[in-house]
Design a protein around this ligand. Structure first.
Ligand code: ZN
Length: 72
């Protein structure tokens, strides 16, 4: 992953999702549902963003980010 704003955002979102699962596993605290409610629309939006970020991260393993490609 490069260091463009999109890459940073994607990594940030996936990281937040990962840390949230860590908290669920260790402390049984789900920060997303604690803050936004259980399966409310905002919660689903967060989960969707985290999931999409994960997919983009996976794709980035095989394909360089377009913004990085532009710079080089
Ligand atoms: Zn990028």
């Amino acid at each position: 992953m490069g260091k463009c704003p999109i890459c940073k955002l994607v990594t940030l979102l996936a990281g937040i999702g990962a840390v949230n699962w860590l908290l669920v596993a260790l402390l049984n605290i789900n920060l997303v549902t604690k803050i936004l409610g259980d399966m409310t629309v905002p919660t689903k939006v967060v989960y969707t963003l985290v999931g999409v970020s994960g997919i983009i991260l996976l794709v980035s393993l095989f394909k360089t980010c377009p913004c990085v490609a532009k710079q080089s």
